[in-house]
Design a protein around this ligand. Structure first.
Ligand code: HSE
Length: 445
């Protein structure tokens, strides 16, 4: 009884969009179970958003709602500030203001943390307050908590996964319906999956933001977003999905991070790109807006985390989980942050990266060429001269009326730099009519 009669914790929300609405709903509909776990209520007391007119369809009784974010941060009944504004400058200003006021912050802003995390976490450490961000990666999947807590006994070797719900939904739809990229993108936006700027999703940027956070947490490497080679899904067409299946693969946009531990030195390989993975693998069977992340530790072996990677209620679930953890800490006297990125801040150090050119693998190549005699010999010649062996060749759509055709090549294992040299050589040929699509094949999934 004594536990339950403690004071409540007041929450203030800045940014009342889709996820914010979900947070209000979860706090209201699960108030009972949250109090049973926490021992006291968690109450939304104030919301700030520039748009105070639109009816969000949620009950706001007892909650102040205006456009005054600074007032919200300063309010004595706001113990924890949630930042769901998104973007960089304004969100950063609010987060730093909350930290400056000694208030812990919960955010889902992976873009901001990937680029400005160092400054924000340093400010939080100096002020002795928490910054929590479970919702920033994998939507509702508690992947960050798993890395920080459940796997903290391990050296992590590899983190690999489907980190963007929008593109996974789009790839699934494009494969199943053979619809065009623009059509499925519009549908993803209507379903509320896509970022405000959809290029963040379709060009792999959102996945790279998330991979930067995962890389830091998994390997103790300083945030490296700008060093992550990133490719999106714009170039994929129905023919690629059809051929992937014929070759025994599905195409997924993967974030891949590995720690190479050679002779005491740690080097980090991190990349985001469409990847062909074996049809029977678990990641290949993750469809629609779902996310899945595999983490391999030296003691635990492979582990897999699956769930809704985007959307109102799953993302709100992660935000509220952070609120509960922080509320518990505040109630105990608030010792402040320990290691938001899993490693103690002074053990989070820059680590050299492994360049793409150093890597080897098998590749799916789609050439767009003039349907002329001898073009296949030119392709084989350029690849062969650079040491890239051919495993299979398929030509599609060789109708007499067509003058430009796709030629698909599956390579043997080859060095990426050698492949790039071969492609650069081929781009010079007048028979090559468009940039060649390269999709990496990853067998060990
Ligand atoms: N746009 C993101 C996605 C939202 O599609 O995964 C969740 O981070």
């Amino acid at each position: 009884m004594a536990e339950e009669s403690r004071r409540s914790i007041g929450v203030g929300l800045i940014g009342f969009g889709t996820i914010g609405k979900g947070v209000v709903k979860v706090l209201a509909q699960n108030a009972g179970v949250i109090e049973q776990r926490l021992g006291f209520p968690l109450r939304m007391v104030a919301i700030a958003d520039l748009d105070t007119e639109t009816d969000r369809g949620v009950d706001l009784s007892g909650i102040r709602f205006d456009s005054d974010a600074e007032g919200l941060i300063a309010a004595p009944d706001v113990d924890i500030v949630i930042e769901l504004v998104g973007g960089y400058e304004v969100a950063k200003r609010f987060i730093l203001a909350a930290i400056g006021a000694g208030k812990p912050v919960v955010t889902a802003n992976k873009a901001l943390l990937a680029l400005h995390g160092k400054e924000i976490f340093a400010a939080a450490e100096n002020a002795g307050v928490d910054v929590a961000f479970e919702a920033a990666v994998g939507g509702g999947i508690p992947i960050l908590r798993s890395l920080r807590e459940g796997l903290s006994a391990n050296h992590i070797d590899r983190v690999m996964g489907i980190l963007n719900g929008t593109t996974n939904y789009m790839l699934t739809e494009m494969e199943q319906t053979e619809e065009a990229f623009e059509v499925v993108l519009k549908r993803a936006q209507e379903l509320g999956y896509a970022e405000a700027d959809p290029t963040f999703d379709v060009d792999g940027i959102d996945a790279a933001h998330k991979l930067a956070l995962l890389t830091a947490m998994a390997f103790g490497a300083e945030l490296t977003y700008k060093e992550i080679p990133t490719e999106g899904i714009r170039q994929l067409t129905p023919i690629d999905f059809e051929l992937a299946r014929e070759f025994g693969y599905r195409i997924k946009l993967l974030g891949i991070a590995k720690c190479h531990r050679d002779g005491g030195e740690e080097r980090i390989e991190a990349r985001v790109h469409p990847t062909m993975i074996p049809l029977g693998s678990m990641l290949a069977n993750v469809d629609a807006a779902m996310n899945a992340i595999e983490v391999r530790g030296d003691a635990v072996g492979p582990t897999l985390y699956y769930g809704a990677g985007a959307g109102e209620m799953p993302t709100a679930s992660a935000v509220v989980a952070d609120l509960i953890e922080i509320a518990r800490e505040l109630q105990r006297g608030g010792a402040g942050p320990v290691a938001p990125l899993s490693y103690l801040p002074h053990h989070l150090v820059p680590k050299p990266s492994v360049a793409l050119d150093e890597q080897s693998g098998r590749f799916y190549l789609r050439f767009t060429v003039a349907d002329e005699l001898g073009v296949l010999a030119e392709i084989a010649g350029a690849l062969g001269e650079n040491g890239v062996g051919i495993e299979s060749v398929v030509q599609k759509g060789s109708l007499e009326s067509e003058t430009v055709v796709p030629i698909i090549v599956l390579t043997h294992r080859a060095n990426e730099a050698a492949l790039r040299d071969a492609l650069a050589q081929m781009d010079e040929l007048q028979q090559v009519k468009a940039p060649t699509l390269v999709v990496r094949i990853e067998e060990e999934v």
